[in-house]
Design a protein around this ligand. Structure first.
Ligand SMILES: [Zn+2]
Ligand SMILES: [Zn+2]
Length: 336
């Protein structure tokens, strides 16, 4: 089979021939159809995680068909369409796992395409617990970005405490933000899109935004306060400055919900104190959260906008993602 691996930190993405892996106990082999390229794949490419074992095949937005199941796998059968996202598994018995906080597993937290080989390949093997069922209505290319970018915006929004009709702002209209605006609108929030420049307004409104704030020419916090203040600002941008500037636009008890990995934030204790506001991060989700994301996307018509590259052009696709110019997600296809 073909696989695209990184052999050492900062090394190139190279197409290699590999043996098709076997599905061991508790594992499922997937014939990969599509795999999204996510900014978090830089962890492998650039060697950002100490102890990461190379060579490694990146990719945690995987869609494919169950090809073989290992001993002890009861819930999946060959032929089923599945997806694998960032959360690749957890121990099930540590204190965090017993509290249901699987993302914080202290013993055996597994990340797809980082702890084990991911979806930049014709086949991959994943723990059965990491699999989400993929509805027929979604093509592999449609579904792939929902496994990370989708769940990373859908899941914090649905857990944010915001209720139908509340003002919810999405900061940044990129790979994450263009999905965040759609999800927020379809969840019934009064959705505000915030981005740089006036040229994105028409697009933001097409995605479902009821309001648009141009952060280059308008005071974001003041504009949000004119709308009554945002119950939630979902920060998908990576500019710490832009995220920090939105905090004063929160309503009382408003939450600045951070999913974009900015380097640092400037938070005013006074803004937090006088208004009981908070700043919170959100981890993407587990396989059932991804499955819910896929189902909601079918129900509501939310889709990612994608640029598609064949698997062997993974390096080109990765560069395109890194350029920041892709509209909006880059997806690899295997032709299977
Ligand atoms: Zn990702
Ligand atoms: Zn655990």
């Amino acid at each position: 089979m073909r696989a695209v691996q990184v052999s050492s930190p900062k090394g190139p993405l190279e197409v290699v021939e590999r043996e098709i892996p076997a599905a061991g106990p508790g594992l499922v082999r997937i014939k990969v159809q599509a795999c999204g390229i996510c900014h978090s794949d830089t962890v492998v490419k650039e060697g950002l995680l100490p102890g990461l074992k190379y060579p490694r095949v990146p990719g945690h937005e995987v869609i494919g068909i169950v090809d073989a199941v290992g001993p002890g796998v009861l819930q999946w059968k060959p032929g089923q369409r599945v997806g694998v996202g960032w959360h690749g598994g957890n121990c099930g018995y540590c204190d965090s796992c017993r509290r249901g906080e699987f993302f914080a597993c202290q013993v055996a937290l597994q990340t797809t395409g980082i702890s084990f080989d991911g979806g930049y390949a014709d086949f991959m093997v994943a723990p059965a617990i990491a699999l989400a069922s993929v509805p027929e209505e979604l093509s592999p290319v449609d579904a792939a970005p929902l496994m990370c970018a989708g769940v990373t915006t859908f899941n914090p929004l649905r857990n944010s405490g915001a209720r139908a009709g509340d003002v919810v702002a999405v900061l940044g209209i990129g790979g994450l933000g263009h999905l965040g605006v759609q999800f927020a609108a379809k969840m019934g929030f009064k959705t505000v899109a915030i981005a740089r420049g006036g040229d994105k307004e028409a697009f933001a409104r097409k995605l479902g935004a009821a309001h648009y704030i141009d952060s280059q020419t308008q005071d974001v916090a003041a504009e949000l306060q004119k709308l009554g203040g945002a119950r939630v600002v979902l920060a998908t941008a990576t500019s710490g400055e832009a995220i920090s500037a939105a905090q004063a636009g929160l309503s009382a008890n408003g939450v600045l919900l951070v999913v974009g990995a900015a380097e640092s934030l400037q938070i005013s204790p006074l803004v937090l104190i006088f208004g009981s506001r908070s700043v919170k991060g959100w981890y993407s989700g587990t396989s059932i959260d991804s499955q819910d994301t896929l189902a909601f996307s079918v129900l509501s018509g939310v889709r990612s906008m994608n640029e598609v590259f064949p698997l062997e052009k993974a390096a080109e696709g990765y560069d395109r993602m890194m350029s920041g110019k892709a509209r909006f997600r880059v997806v690899l296809t295997t032709g299977q």
